[in-house]
Design a binder for this molecule. Structure first.
Ligand code: GDD
Ligand code: MN
Length: 368
């Protein structure tokens, strides 16, 4: 029998915890091949949460209580994961809110995906069949949807529809590998960091739709302002795509600067200065991308890996030059020369940036 451990972080959930724990253990009949455990990680709630859990342990011997200091949702999860790995040797670990926003009846859907080979299953509010509460005010709906779209596009992983969901099933080996990397994200941003780790480590990620309902009892502990700022920065510092775009901007500056010096100050021939500046910016782009934007899949330290990949990089870059030259030329032929710079910016934004990003990922910094 494989072990499944549900980690429930709680802070003042006295009105929710009983019903949720009963709901989780009610799955035992539906999951006969799994031994279900629950660890409540309570950050010293001043209400009755702990005494309710302690009383329930009499009835459910596979229920456990872990008392911690109040240091945020991320810290509570890391403590729960560590305790599960040390004491229970689980195969599968669940993350779940303890306020009944997540329906425990949906647990078997996650398990089913795991049995089909997934390593990480997300309960998604934004995929077909999933939902956010109907009664949320419009601004909260917009804010929640926009936040998810931002993370989705910045990470260029469009297949994943819910990055911030707190209802997940994750194989324990993945959590074991992730802990040292995500343990410092103490707040809600922890969820994004953990999923980012799973994506970068090539785990098999699936989603199941969930209906997220508003809590009826107690109140939310989220600090929205802190959460937005931390997520914004996390994504900025961890998104290959944003870093890649910044490298492109640096390359452009280098190219332009060297051309300017060559042509204006050193009086070189225009084509010579352009050739030198273009190649220097290609070289700098190559190294910045290798050691920064795509550092999680950087090339092996060998000539056999650098030389062909650098040549491919030059080829992709030459392709960008051709696309830009032909594109700007064609557009000015049809629409006149007046707005040439607008055409150039559009071609860079809508063709060159995605074109190079896709080719780099496909042929140079390949997914492993
Ligand atoms: N132990 C512990 N310590 N538990 C905590 C802490 C803490 O510092 N902070 C929150 N929790 C518990 C709550 O008691 C609840 O069971 C769960 O974590 C989720 O907290 P809520 O306060 O209900 O979060 P929310 O409903 O506002 O946030 C939802 O959306 C987020 C972003 O999409 C949740 O679904 C989050 O999981 C999700 O990341
Ligand atoms: Mn909640």
């Amino acid at each position: 029998m494989r072990k499944l451990v549900v980690i429930l972080p709680t802070y003042n959930e006295e009105k929710n915890i009983l019903r949720l724990i009963e709901g989780i253990f009610a799955n035992e009949k539906k999951l006969p091949n799994w031994e279900i455990h629950v660890i409540v990680v309570d950050s010293n709630s001043p209400d009755q949460t702990q005494s309710i859990v302690l009383a329930l342990i009499e009835k459910y011997p596979k229920l456990h209580l872990l008392r911690t200091k109040k240091e945020g949702l991320g810290k509570a999860y890391v403590q729960g994961f560590t305790s599960a790995l040390e004491r229970l040797n689980p195969y599968l670990i669940f993350e779940m809110d303890a306020d009944m926003s997540h329906n425990p009846k949906e647990i078997p859907h996650f398990v089913h995906k795991i049995e089909q080979g997934a390593d990480f299953v997300i309960g998604s509010r934004y995929m077909k069949g999933g939902s956010i509460p109907k009664n949320w005010p419009i601004q909260r709906k917009i804010y929640s949807t926009a936040a998810n779209l931002y993370v989705r596009f910045a990470f260029m992983k469009l297949r994943i529809t819910d990055w911030t969901s707190g209802y997940r099933a994750i194989k324990s080996w993945l959590i074991k590998n992730a802990i040292s990397q995500v343990k410092d994200y103490s707040g809600y941003v922890f969820q994004v960091a953990l999923l980012d780790f799973a994506v970068k480590n090539k785990s098999h990620i699936e989603e199941v739709p969930i209906q997220f309902v508003d809590r009826i009892h107690g109140k939310s502990k989220i600090n929205s302002f802190q959460y937005i700022i931390q997520t914004l920065f996390y994504v900025l510092f961890h998104s290959s795509f944003i870093k890649y775009a910044m490298v492109g901007l640096i390359g452009f500056t280098i190219d332009f600067g060297i051309s300017y010096i060559g042509i204006e100050k050193l009086a070189l021939q225009v084509w010579i200065a352009t050739l030198i500046s273009t190649e220097i910016s290609i070289i700098s782009n190559f190294f910045l991308n290798n050691f920064w934007s795509f550092s999680h899949k950087k090339l092996d330290h060998s000539m056999k890996s650098y030389v062909p990949n650098f040549l491919k990089f030059n080829l992709v870059s030459s392709g960008s030059i051709v696309i830009q030259t032909v594109g700007v030329q064609l557009l000015t032929m049809f629409f006149g020369r007046k707005f040439w710079y607008i055409y150039k910016v559009c071609i860079i934004a809508f063709i060159i940036i995605p074109y190079s990003y896709i080719l780099y990922n496909k042929f140079i910094w390949k997914d492993r």
